[in-house]
Write a protein that binds this ligand. Structure first.
Ligand SMILES: N[C@@H](CCC(=O)N[C@@H](CS)C(=O)NCC(=O)O)C(=O)O
Length: 191
């Protein structure tokens, strides 16, 4: 599959992700699949699997296995990522305050315990196979740990799972992305 990744300018007013017609929310990521526009990373991943990955185990066909993947995607969207981005939006996009409070750090870290528990039942977040739910949660948690430290000594399941995720052939995409987020945070928090 051929794809082009375009990264738009980040400003304190928000991400100039696209014009209002393409994405009224103006968030990143936004997918343009030959004129079909879709926003929200979770909806995008499901679409890509249904459209181009029908035989892939990343989004299982078994209804119950798929429901468990969706459950984690909804958790990310409504809770883990939502908490992460609430702090990020305030720090980077919505007024540019550079104060990161203990309350912010705790607000995000509360969910680390939950992810640790999710990983009790299997090698990956929604069972024993890697799925798009792992990609979603791994990206969020590695990014949130740039400002809300994740002490891996306290989280043996997360530590072992990180090892499995880092061994995936496409892991470098998130590892490189995290470095960029780290730089962005350092710049905003020290301004
Ligand atoms: N639930 C959405 C959230 C997307 C989101 O909030 N993205 C952030 C960047 S990490 C953004 O574009 N923020 C800019 C803004 O809200 O103006 C998703 O999963 O795509």
């Amino acid at each position: 599959m051929r794809y082009v990744v375009q990264v738009y300018k980040v400003t304190t007013k928000g991400c100039e992700a696209s014009n209002r017609r393409i994405n009224p929310k103006r968030t990143i990521p936004t997918l343009d699949d030959d004129g079909f526009y879709l926003w929200d990373s979770h909806a995008i991943m499901i679409y890509l699997m249904e459209q181009y990955g029908k035989t892939s185990s990343l989004y299982p066909k078994d209804v119950q296995k798929r429901a468990l993947v969706n459950q984690i995607l909804f958790f990310d969207c409504g809770d883990l990522f939502a908490r992460y981005v609430t702090v990020v939006n305030r720090l980077l996009f919505r007024g540019g305050t550079s104060e990161l409070t203990d309350k912010d750090i705790k607000f995000v870290a509360e969910n680390y315990d939950m992810v640790e528990r999710f990983l009790q039942g299997g090698k990956f977040i929604a069972g024993n196979e890697v799925t798009i739910a792992d990609i979603s949660i791994w990206c969020t948690i590695t990014n949130s740990s740039t400002y809300s430290p994740l002490d891996l000594k306290k989280y043996p399941n997360i530590k072992a799972w990180f090892g499995r995720m880092e061994a995936l052939p496409y892991a470098h995409i998130n590892i490189e992305g995290r470095k960029e987020i780290e730089k962005l945070f350092a710049k905003f928090l020290n301004k």
